[in-house]
Design a protein around this ligand. Structure first.
Ligand SMILES: CC(C)(COP(=O)(O)OP(=O)(O)OC[C@H]1O[C@@H](n2cnc3c(N)ncnc32)[C@H](O)[C@@H]1OP(=O)(O)O)[C@@H](O)C(=O)NCCC(=O)NCCS
Length: 300
């Protein structure tokens, strides 16, 4: 890896800098497709919110790069002890010595990773070629591509008037079983989906007597005018009958029933043809083609 010229310094981020320095820097660069990182947001407000939810806190997980007193780079991570994973927030660099700064940040961030982390994940727009080059240099390999799809309120005029039922306890176990069958290693377990339900998180289902045919888990963040579909699933035996389409349409109706919501997003694996076709036919537009890249990690 290239050495970092002496004029640069690497520093931790102070608590008061998280909202005033780190979040605006990450959000500003993230708006450019050539610099886009999937875990980061495009507005400072959302970025502040995301950083506030991280555990451990950014003070312990981020490093900033300065040239003199000018901020030129930032890199950090979020972790999940259950999955033994770290999701890397960056590298975000604004300097012509992009790779040297990114390498120095990566080297500085690795020792901060907790013991339980066994795997590192980068997630970047495929147009972010410098991040891809760094990923290859650091020994990451591709773990697949996914689309970030966007749906704006205007598109609702073409969405069918579908409804789905709210989940009741009678189908809790069936939901956990179906969720685990489809996503045995997910950042959200079926149990967690059930626990998250509140006025901003909704599980909508389609049932036939005691049978659960499918579910959709959607959330809104009214303060940011955003909605997301996190999961949609139809039991294998019930697929190809329009139920997936019905669930997504019902979730869109629920999200846009909140006046504050202007736009919704979701992420779909690029090779998941049935899902991508379903979303595109309903009116979702492609915003990013993202690449996940992973590598094993062992703290030395
Ligand atoms: C994706 C999924 C929810 C679709 O549910 P479904 O009930 O089978 O979908 P629908 O019957 O409503 O079909 C909707 C569209 O997808 C198309 N489609 C459905 N199954 C398909 C398949 N196997 N191959 C290609 N297209 C398919 C349908 O033709 C339809 O398109 P059309 O409107 O052009 O006819 C379902 O396949 C599923 O649960 N998959 C596993 C979980 C998953 O991948 N979830 C999405 C994560 S992003």
């Amino acid at each position: 890896m290239s050495p970092l010229p002496q004029k640069f310094t690497l520093r931790p981020v102070a608590r008061e800098q998280v909202a005033t320095v780190l979040a605006p820097f990450l959000a500003r660069l993230n708006r450019e497709p050539e610099r886009h990182i999937g875990y980061c947001d495009d507005t400072p407000e959302m970025m502040v919110d995301t950083l506030a939810r991280l555990s451990p806190v950014p003070v312990d997980t981020f490093r900033l790069a300065f040239e003199g007193e000018r901020l030129v780079g930032a890199f950090g991570f979020d972790t999940d002890a259950r999955l033994g994973r770290a999701w890397l927030f960056g590298p975000q660099v604004e300097h012509e010595a992009w790779h040297a700064v990114a390498d120095a940040l990566f080297t500085a961030v690795c020792p901060l990773l907790p013991e339980h982390v066994r795997k590192l994940e980068l997630y970047y727009d495929v147009r972010n070629t410098r991040c891809h080059e760094a990923a290859v240099r650091w020994g990451f390999t591709s773990a697949g591509d996914s689309y970030v799809l966007r749906f704006e309120r205007d598109g609702m005029t073409k969405v069918p008037h579908e409804t789905a039922e709210s989940l009741t306890p009678a189908h809790h176990d069936a939901l956990k079983v179906l969720h685990h069958e489809l996503w045995p290693v997910s950042w959200l377990t079926g149990e967690q989906l059930l626990e998250k339900q509140d006025e901003n998180h909704r599980l909508l289902v389609l049932t036939e007597g005691p049978e659960l045919l499918g579910y959709v888990f959607a959330k809104v963040q009214p303060e940011f005018g955003e909605g997301f579909i996190e999961h949609v699933a139809v039991a294998e035996r019930a697929r190809g009958r329009g139920l997936g389409r019905k669930l997504v349409a019902a979730a869109l109706r629920w999200m846009f029933s909140r006046d504050e919501v202007k736009v919704t997003h979701l992420v779909a694996r690029a090779e998941n043809e049935p899902a991508v076709r379903l979303y595109r036919r309903l009116g979702y537009q492609v915003l990013h083609l993202m690449r996940a890249a992973r590598r094993p990690f062992q703290r030395s």
